[in-house]
Design a protein around this ligand. Sequence first.
Ligand SMILES: Nc1ncnc2c1ncn2[C@@H]1O[C@H](COP(=O)(O)OP(=O)(O)O)[C@@H](O)[C@H]1O
Ligand SMILES: [Mg+2]
Length: 549
Amino acid sequence: MTEVRRLLRLCHPMRWKIALGVLLSVIVILSNVALMAVSGWFITAMALAGLGKMTLEFFTPAAGIRGLALLRSGARYLERLVSHDATLAVLARLRPWFYKKLVPLAPARLQGLRHGDLLARIRSDIDALDTFHLRILGPGLAALISSVIIVAAFALVSPGVAVMTALGLLLAGVAVPLLVRRATLGAGSALSSARAELQSGTGDLTRGFEELRVLNATGAQIDRLRALSLRLIAAQRRPAWAAAAGTALTNGVGQAMTLGAALILLPGAAAGEVSGPIFAMLVLGAMASVEAVSSLPGAFAAWDATLASARRIFALTDQTPAVSEPAMPETPRGNAVRFEDVHFAYDGGSPVLDGFDLTLQEGRCLALTGPTGAGKSTVLALLQRFHDPDRGFVSLGGTDLRRIADATLRQRIAVVEQQVQLFNATIAENLRLARPDADEDRLWQVLEQAQLAAEIRAMPEGLKTRLGELGTRLSGGQARRLGIARALLVDAPVLLLDEPTEGLDSATEAQVIAALATLIRGRTVLLVTHRPQALALADRQVVIGGARA
Ligand SMILES: Nc1ncnc2c1ncn2[C@@H]1O[C@H](COP(=O)(O)OP(=O)(O)O)[C@@H](O)[C@H]1O
Ligand SMILES: [Mg+2]
């Protein structure tokens, strides 16, 4: 239930929009019930007047019916408008909220999650959260409020019909949806797993077609797919049945309420205490009142999935960051880097660094080499304070990193990763990630220094060339040089390079090295590499490895 409270808190800033949506829903429901009731009354009264049994002023009720019909449509239209506006408002709030929660967790606390998991949470779980008010909170409140008003209104005319209506609404709005939910418990996961397996099986068949042919196994794979299809159909059957049975039961309850109202009123009508028009009004009103709870089955159906999504999202956002901001940040004096007796292990793993020492003087370039898995990237991660050491300390300009504000550290340190992360955006946008206010001249300047300007000038769209999924793919060497240009824009005094020329052919490597030579000039540099050409950039070399016992 804590999830519900937290979801409500997230909806809090939108409470007036949501309340307005609920109010409009209530108007829709009530005008519909009133329309039926007044129509019943009017038709009967007209019939009786036609028989000469009563006189009738029919202008007022006729106008009322027209008014109610208009009110119903108008309120429905406005309700859609307001609810969807509220949904967009919730969405506009939830996503940034989630990303802001993720920032301090990255990268240390997110490494355990595969990219796919994170993507799935961002997509489907956040979407599930934003339907909380649209499918659960709003309809639930509207159903509750209008049910109470309907029952109260009926009670003014006939307490018996009011009690019967209350019971009927509970049955149709709560008991039937709960029954449907019970019948479909677990069906959702069976369905999605069957669907996923069928999808991947189909993918295997098309991608591996040649192999399957060679192995003469096409028939077996098709038989497998047939079996999976049957499983999917079987998994779809139960929820389909349950949903259909639920609809039938709800309709049945509506009919029973109509009949119930008639039976309750019949003795009074026979005795002349209940007039014909009142009789018709209550019977039709009872019939229409089922509409008050008609959205509840959907709300119950969305309930489990929404809570499960909320639990997954909160589980992620509740994690404490691996490092915390200092209460009284200090400004480092200078840019010398020191590791002193640093011990470090990833959560629950064996030690990666075990009494590691390193001194890098300001303005020097130090090469860090050692076998794969020796902990070179870990040293860079500790210097960026993605993690804190278990023992010992890492300092910049003589100040322990734990006493430096995160923002200060980011200004001081630029990184060129082994795998330069390019985003699906233009070259200019990819560069401005490092410095949003850089003007075009500045961009060309760093591209020039990174030895990439000529190639980009040759592209028809220049700086506006799109990269990534939708656009141009850069070659390995171009991507590295773009990473270097980005680091130049950061213009930080300390530079971390993680295998910047790994996997490049020697001609491309020479270009990247030339770009690096510009980049490292006057900076304090920690360079992880094995390549002789890159090693030549360094003043000193430290070999790491065998640190593990
Ligand atoms: N995020 C992580 N979580 C757990 N273990 C890790 C993580 N990153 C690296 N390791 C482990 O720490 C050791 C050192 O890794 P790393 O610093 O990447 O080495 P190098 O860069 O020298 O190849 C390896 O055994 C690696 O498996
Ligand atoms: Mg590495």
